[in-house]
Design a protein around this ligand. Structure first.
Ligand SMILES: *Cc1c(COP(=O)(O)O)cnc(C)c1O
Length: 364
């Protein structure tokens, strides 16, 4: 059978391996498996969220509220932006898809960082649009600007903090950059880890309110999958000018977020104490990774997220090391597919990190 020829160039997204796979393949008990591959919140899900979801279980025979009134209202208060500036997606992944479909086509291009979240490229390929990358590992806004002038892309993606490197763009530098971009270019600021960055260094904090008030062409993305501990519920959001939100709405399938997911996200947003606890512990534990890297002479990229990226030495092969860890029941992310001899490790709980240090220490 022949398919859309755009599909020929697409490599299927490789998600972090699930615990079930390691149970099946290696016969390891699921409670002995340490999953540090997908940047989930290792402290799990807030009890208040569990309670809110239980209360809605009997409603699941009905379609959800397609206006998503309650969650939009809660986000509107949380970020101090109007409700009409918000769109909610099945993960912020879905908003990335809408953004690309709204702007990109065979005749234009998107501009992304050399090493960044893989989904920008995959969605771009759906529509046969060209993908232009910078050359530097971390975001270099001067280089972005040069490439912007040269190629006039339809969409620019800035992932801050960046996945999979963990670095973050300075607030002031970002504002200066955005002021130079013409209003017909959509700039997507992907803040999937912004809660972590804002806690670590306010100079890195980007707020959707400021973006919305100053720029009509900027779309801010956030997610409940990381700091809020709801990776399994698939809820993300986009915040932008009315004009952008209206365009994205044309691409949205009806009922794209479930009743239980909406209830979970609303409760998660209310439980600020849980998020703060998760973030504080994250950075406490991250120090141990910095010490581990220093002790073993490995480069670690300073991280504003809930993961660390270890740049391995030439004689340490990231794929072999990830495979060996997997056989011990520890799942990490090999960055070989990003052309880096590196592994990305979600900062886990103290006990999970103990296991990781013990096993990784033997391998390097
Ligand atoms: C995890 C992640 C997302 C999206 O997560 P969803 O679960 O789809 O909300 C988006 N961007 C980056 C950079 C991420 O790491």
């Amino acid at each position: 059978m022949e398919f859309n020829e755009n599909l020929k160039n697409i490599k299927t997204y490789e998600a972090g391996k699930p615990i079930e796979l390691v149970v099946r393949e290696f016969g390891i008990e699921s409670e002995d498996i340490v999953k540090l591959a997908s940047n989930e919140n290792p402290y799990g899900v807030s009890p208040k969220v569990q309670e809110a979801v239980s209360k809605r279980v009997q409603d699941m025979y009905m379609y959800p509220d397609d206006s998503m009134f309650a969650l939009k209202n809660a986000l509107s208060k949380h970020f101090d932006v109007p409700s009409r500036s918000i769109i909610i997606g099945s993960g912020s992944d879905q908003i990335i898809e809408f953004a690309i479909h709204a702007k990109a086509n065979r005749d234009n291009a998107i501009l992304i960082n050399n090493v960044t979240f893989a989904m920008y490229e995959i969605y771009a390929k759906h529509v046969g649009t060209e993908v232009i990358r910078t050359s530097s590992r971390e975001h270099d806004l001067d280089e972005f600007y040069t490439l912007y002038q040269k190629h006039r892309p339809a969409v620019i993606f800035l992932c801050t903090p960046n996945n999979p490197t963990g670095d973050a763009i300075d607030h002031d530098a970002l504002m200066t950059f955005l002021e130079k971009i013409d209003e017909n270019t959509l700039v997507v600021v992907d803040g999937a880890y912004m809660e972590y960055a804002a806690w670590k260094d306010t100079a890195k904090q980007i707020t959707p309110k400021e973006l919305c008030e100053r720029f009509d062409n900027v779309l801010y993305l956030g997610t409940f999958s990381k700091a809020y501990g709801l990776g399994g519920m698939r809820v993300g959001y986009g915040i932008a000018s009315k004009q952008i939100i209206e365009a994205l709405y044309k691409l949205r399938p009806p009922f794209n977020v479930t009743t239980l997911s909406l209830a979970a996200a609303e409760a998660a947003l209310e439980d600020g104490a849980f998020v703060r606890m998760s973030i504080e512990k994250n950075f406490e534990q991250m120090h141990r990774y910095e010490e581990f890297a220093a002790k073993n002479g490995i480069e670690i990229i300073p991280s504003y997220t809930n993961f660390v990226t270890l740049m391995l030495k030439k004689n340490q092969n990231s794929s072999k090391i990830s495979d060996s860890l997997l056989k011990k029941g520890i799942i990490v992310r090999d960055l070989n597919s990003y052309n880096l001899n590196a592994i990305r490790i979600t900062v886990g709980t103290a006990e999970q990190n103990d296991r990781l240090f013990e096993e990784l220490g033997k391998l390097i």
